[in-house]
Write a new protein. Structure first.
Ligand code: C2E
Length: 351
């Protein structure tokens, strides 16, 4: 759901969809609050989705869209809502496991203390014991207390093991949620949030440790025109294709992300200008050399091209200033006729 609607919202169909959403909301008597707008945009952008069917059903039944209803729909159907819900669930499980671990620890303390008291008492009794029978009673009491302590320890160990397994499962789940939150659903590349974090960390690292850091920004040429001509589903495939080429190029420690609608970025640590330029030229020529086909009709789509710009980080430069210079190089490529790679360091000073 996300990917399709997100792509539509960055295509020429976006305004048409927005108008349709407003009309539909007005007709249904729903206030155009940001959350309602988001819900209805998803519903109308993807009319076969569960959310759309639910909204149609509620509208037909004349059910009011109160704030509580809207919140419920958002939590269940909007990707962000689902994520929040998952994080909340994980928090609840973690809470439960932590309290279970603390009660196991408290129980262990109690059981140890009780055993200690039994031992103390036995020591006193041994000193006072007058005969063999008295000693036998004490030893038998100690044997029972030791067995009970053993039994309690085993049961506590089992409880701790269950809790440990649950915490491991939870960590894996949280890791998955974190990965989802950082991944662009359509292309499987890192998303804007992951990119922002990665770039900030890479700049910090370059500042403290030294070493080159280069940032490239790439944009698909005439993507909007392409979307207009062939529809956004084909547009999605083009995004996936470009992303697949970038993904192959940007193996670790390089880092590729879908930065915006049809805009991508690659971070290159520890590479010379010549190496970065060669990598970007390879990407550019590989993308331009393939003739794509529209899957539904087998129409020849021709080749797509990308423009790229890159900049080498200057000492003390912030992530946003760095990005701005890479962007300026990208726009130099666009102005220069597209399907080319430009380097910020070689732009005329006025640019
Ligand atoms: P996808 O459709 O999920 O395809 C994934 C990979 O499977 C492709 O990676 C390619 O290695 C292989 N594959 C799929 N269909 C074919 C095919 O008909 N012939 C051959 N030789 N291999 C095929 P690749 O090439 O990196 O493409 C990544 C994504 O880019 C594709 O994901 C698709 O979404 C898009 N794409 C690539 N080429 C075209 C195309 O000609 N037309 C359309 N509509 N989409 C394309």
């Amino acid at each position: 759901m996300t990917a399709k609607v997100e792509t539509t919202l960055r295509s020429p169909q976006a305004y048409g969809l927005a108008r349709k959403v407003i009309d539909a909301m007005e007709a249904a008597g729903v206030w155009p609050t940001p959350l309602n707008f988001e819900l209805w945009t998803h519903a109308l952008g993807e009319p076969e989705s569960v959310l759309a069917v639910e909204i149609q059903r509620m509208t037909a039944a004349g059910q009011p869209f109160t704030e509580a209803v809207t919140d419920g729909l958002a939590a269940e159907h909007l990707p962000r809502g689902r994520l929040t819900e998952q994080i909340r669930d994980a928090g609840r499980v973690l809470d439960r496991e932590l309290s279970s671990v603390s009660s196991v620890i408290a129980e262990a303390h109690r059981s140890q203390a009780a055993y200690g008291q039994t031992l103390d008492q036995a020591a006193t009794n041994i000193e006072a014991a007058a005969d063999g029978d008295g000693l036998q009673t004490i030893v038998s009491g100690l044997t029972t207390a030791t067995r009970q302590a053993q039994h309690e320890t085993e049961s506590l160990e089992k409880k701790l093991e269950v809790s440990t397994q649950e915490v491991v499962r939870l960590r894996q789940h949280l890791e998955m949620v974190r990965r989802d939150a950082m991944t662009d659903a359509l292309t499987d590349l890192a998303n804007r949030k992951a990119f922002d974090e990665h770039l900030a960390a890479a700049c910090k690292h370059a500042e403290t440790e030294g070493g080159a850091l280069t940032l490239a920004v790439l944009d698909i040429d005439f993507f909007k025109r392409f979307n207009d001509t062939w529809g956004h589903q084909t547009g999605d495939q083009v995004l996936r294709y470009v992303a697949s080429v970038l993904g192959r190029t940007a193996a670790n420690p390089r880092f590729a992300a879908r930065y915006g609608g049809e805009e991508f970025a690659i971070v290159f640590p520890y590479e010379s200008v010549a190496m970065v330029e060669a990598a970007l030229e390879n990407v550019r020529t590989e993308i331009a050399s393939r003739s794509l086909r529209r899957r539904s009709t087998n129409d020849e789509l021709g080749a797509v091209t990308v423009s790229a710009g890159f900049a080498v980080r200057r000492r003390g430069e912030t992530a946003s200033a760095f990005l701005e210079r890479a962007d300026a190089a990208l726009y130099a490529s666009k102005r220069g006729g597209r399907n080319r790679v430009s380097c910020a360091e070689r732009l005329p000073k006025a640019a």
